[in-house]
Ligand binder design. Structure first.
Ligand SMILES: *Cc1c(COP(=O)(O)O)cnc(C)c1O
Length: 379
């Protein structure tokens, strides 16, 4: 089955009790047993829930994986992944990664004796030099936030081959429609389903997908033991969101391309970051591993000042100023004072997060209206 068919049907059968075509919200904590241990596969909803099961199977299918697991947030999903490790284990992570992930690694798990190395993975040789016999995991995020850098997943995964190292890819920005890391050699895919999978800015959720049954068993054990599961109602909402993922992503990408090309021509704009642009430093890698280049665009202004960026943001009307991304509506943000405010200026500027950097989550509104909005705000 092709992607669009899987997105709509995988994991979902008509309800056996009523024939309902949509998976019901099984808002129940427990399930009646005919005799002790004699049940229909469901005993308690932390462990199994039919609505969650449908969503987990659906996400596994659209990632071309075998096993899916859903969590109460993207961070809860990531937390479960790190719990695969033991004290003394080492993780090599990209240095250009979601701020919450960096915070969890350094402020929570470092004190349990797990060592994290951060390195620019746009150059794969940086990973190679950090691998030693304690390396147990390589953590990739691509495209990255907010610079839209691209990491070569296949090249990174080839370094872990035949070694006892798990390659994890945070696929939130691309979505499984644009990029399927398991087919490029990754062992685990991580999602903040809050973003494109949910797609409507109304749910916070996380997901993991893998192919290896032994690895899946470890992750299910952590999910059930630690219990950071999502509600049946939220699972219903994300199942519904995924049914239009491919259609939404096509439009997100189309609109982002138009917005990026418009910004390129504007005399006030200094630099535009979008992996689909020929001049993007890793455009070739993006072309190799992605179907299209995504809905996220960032750009800097010639007048590189916070006040100038903030003034522009306050003039935008169709783009709403907010954290998060991946919903049908367009959002804008100022990383230096919002998502990356906790990073010292010197550090953030090294990765390109300068004072005038603006991040756009390009929605699926009319492209002309989006460009018109940017035009009036830049004027
Ligand atoms: C939002 C986000 C997360 C965290 O997900 P939550 O659902 O907010 O917990 C992780 N990685 C990336 C790339 C994100 O954008």
């Amino acid at each position: 089955m092709k992607f669009a068919t899987k997105a709509i049907h995988a994991g979902q059968e008509p309800d056996t009790a009523t024939g309902a075509i949509m998976t019901p919200i099984y808002q129940t904590s427990t399930y009646v047993q005919a005799a002790p241990g004699k049940h229909k596969g469901f005993e308690y909803s932390r462990t199994h829930n039919p609505t969650r099961k449908a969503l987990e199977n659906n996400i596994a299918a659209i990632e071309d994986g075998k096993f899916g697991l859903c969590f109460g947030s993207g961070m809860a999903a990531e937390d479960a992944v790190i719990k695969l490790l033991n004290p003394g284990d080492e993780v090599i992570s990209t240095n250009d990664l979601y701020g919450g992930t960096y915070r969890m690694f350094t402020k929570i798990f470092a004190k349990y004796g797990i060592k994290f190395h951060f390195t620019p993975m746009t150059d794969v040789d940086n990973v190679k030099t950090l691998i030693n016999d304690r390396t147990r995991m390589i953590w990739v995020e691509t495209p990255t936030n907010p610079m839209l850098n691209i990491i070569d997943i296949e090249a990174v995964a080839s370094l872990a081959k035949k070694k006892n190292i798990w390659v994890v890819v945070d696929n939130t920005f691309a979505s499984p429609y644009l990029q399927q890391p398991l087919n490029l050699g990754a062992h685990i895919v991580v999602h903040s389903a809050t973003k494109y999978l949910g797609g409507h800015s109304d749910v916070v959720m996380g997901a993991l997908v893998c192919k290896d049954p032994a690895l899946a068993e470890k992750l299910y054990f952590i999910q059930n033991s630690c219990g950071a599961i999502p509600s049946p109602h939220d699972c219903f909402l994300v199942l519904r969101g995924i049914k239009t993922l491919h259609v939404r992503m096509d439009r997100h990408c189309e609109n982002a391309e138009k917005v990026a090309n418009y910004l390129l021509t504007h005399p006030e704009v200094a630099k535009v970051n979008w992996p689909g642009l020929e001049q993007h430093s890793n455009h070739k890698v993006a072309r190799k591993q992605m179907r299209h280049f995504g809905g996220m665009v960032s750009f800097t202004l010639k007048e590189n000042k916070t006040e100038r960026a903030v003034a522009l943001l306050s003039k935008l009307k169709v783009f709403s100023l907010a954290e998060s991304l991946g919903g049908v509506e367009s959002l804008c943000g100022h990383p230096a004072t919002m998502t990356h405010a906790s990073i010292p200026k010197e550090e953030r500027e090294k990765t390109g997060v300068v004072d005038s950097l603006i991040r756009l989550s390009v929605g699926i509104e009319d492209a002309g209206d989006l460009i018109g909005d940017l035009k009036q705000a830049l004027a």
